[in-house]
Design a protein around this ligand. Structure first.
Ligand code: FE2
Length: 204
């Protein structure tokens, strides 16, 4: 199972380690679905801060671009702005714009077998910025993230080309192809840069 595309998150057995820390997600959209029985957990809801990215930066004293790489370092949030959503039963969840909502899994008050399933999503509209935070993700201890990164770049490159083929009219200047072609090329360049030395090795 890929890490960003979808993942299972298990609560550690030590209750003091179940505070995952306030954070923004490293991708645009995700759905947090409770898999285990919430009646068996004490705590373990879903908490979010009702406020903007700019407010979080101001309250926590960090730059906006640092928020998504400051997992575990954000705190001292005003209690009346924190909301706790409790899951009614297994199978219930929340869909969110994860890179814009400061949130965390509510820490457990006693050990419980809490697990959540988190499928991730990106915008299909290529005009929407690619907000995936690869600078953060590539540090994760997961064997699949590099392959996910390369697949993501390949998908975006193909999508830019598909878009050009589907929408560029024949009676317009050929120059109208430039934006799509350059965008596709940039995606491929980013992917090959990630492969680094292996690109040179295969070329030799
Ligand atoms: Fe999250």
């Amino acid at each position: 199972m890929p890490t960003l595309g979808s993942s299972f998150v298990y609560a550690p057995p030590q209750v003091e380690r179940t505070n995952q820390g306030w954070h923004m997600d490293s991708l645009g959209f995700d759905c947090v679905i409770m898999v285990s029985d919430p009646d068996e957990t004490n705590g373990g809801g879903f908490q979010y801060f009702q406020g903007t990215l700019q407010e979080v930066a101001r309250i926590c004293g960090v730059a906006e671009h640092e928020i998504r790489t400051s997992v575990g370092k954000l705190g001292n949030l005003p209690a009346d702005r924190i909301h706790t959503m409790t899951y009614q039963r297994a199978g219930y969840g929340a869909f969110m714009q994860g890179n814009m909502v400061l949130h965390r899994g509510e820490p457990l008050r006693r050990p419980a077998p809490r697990s959540v399933f988190v499928p991730g999503f990106i915008a299909l509209d290529l005009d929407y910025p690619d907000v995936t935070n690869w600078r953060e993700v590539r540090k994760w201890n997961s064997p699949s993230v590099t392959n996910e990164y390369l697949r993501h770049r390949a998908w975006r490159a193909r999508s830019f080309l598909d878009d050009a083929i589907a929408t560029q009219p024949f009676d317009q200047p050929a120059e109208t192809y430039r934006r799509s072609l350059e965008a596709a090329l940039q995606e491929i360049e980013l992917a090959l840069t990630e492969l680094g030395g292996r690109r040179g090795a295969s070329a030799a």
